[in-house]
Design a protein around this ligand. Structure first.
Ligand SMILES: [Zn+2]
Length: 225
């Protein structure tokens, strides 16, 4: 087989991989919380690939890529619209069960929890399959308590990251809690990520713990005489 034929076969393989990966990449990048860097990278890579396909062909790939791209865009727009019109409302216990169940599966694990200013909780789990969505909890549960509870149940009751999380909230900075481990029996690594677009802290006025911590920007008690 000539070098040219090998290069051609490699290119066709890469094209097929791109077709398979594209819808999943759209789903991951446009699921909340949205990350501008991820969106930017996807737009640049997709544009570059399309341009290359137009320049070098083959024709079938250009057509397939355009169809794949169109379906991915329409699916993403519909998913965003449906989520806007009808947010997922779930019981705190049910969502907690979902998060904790994810930690029981084998393989590299990753769990992300972020309290949005709108009152939704952004959830990410890697096991048993990649799921990323935002949910509104029914009842009057404190969303920060919910997140801390998940962390304690995974990492341990005395997880120091809870104090660190509260420190950030008290300083007026919301954080994305990310828990990772290489396998189901490895210790968790916890990271508090600063997401620029979700930095604003949602007040939790009814919670005795998080109420005072999240009172930034709300009118304080009336001044005494
Ligand atoms: Zn609370």
């Amino acid at each position: 087989m000539s070098a040219e034929a090998v290069a051609g076969a490699v290119l066709v393989g890469a094209d097929v991989v791109a077709l398979v990966v594209l819808p999943g990449a759209f789903r991951a990048v446009f699921s909340p919380p949205l990350r501008p860097v991820g969106v930017g990278v996807l737009v640049v890579v997709t544009g570059l690939w399309l341009w290359l396909a137009l320049v070098r062909g083959p024709g079938w790939f250009v057509v397939a890529f355009c169809v794949d791209l169109g379906v991915s865009v329409v699916h993403t727009v519909l998913a965003l619209l449906v989520r806007r019109v009808r947010p997922l409302v779930t019981e705190p216990l049910r969502l907690s069960h979902f998060v904790q169940e994810s930690a029981r599966f084998d393989g590299p694990q990753s769990i992300g929890l972020l309290v949005g200013h709108t009152g939704a909780v952004f959830v990410f789990v890697a096991q048993p399959r990649l799921r990323q969505f935002s949910a509104t909890l029914s009842g009057s549960v404190c969303l920060f308590c919910f997140v801390e509870d998940q962390v304690r149940r995974l990492v341990g009751e005395d997880a120091p990251v809870v104090a660190e999380y509260r420190g950030h909230l008290g300083a007026g900075g919301n954080r994305h809690v990310i828990l990772r481990r290489g396998s189901s029996d490895a210790p968790w690594q916890v990271r508090l990520a600063d997401r620029k677009a979700y930095r604003r802290v949602r007040p939790a006025p009814t919670c005795p713990v998080h109420g005072p911590l999240t009172a930034h920007g709300r009118p304080g008690p009336p001044a005494g005489p």
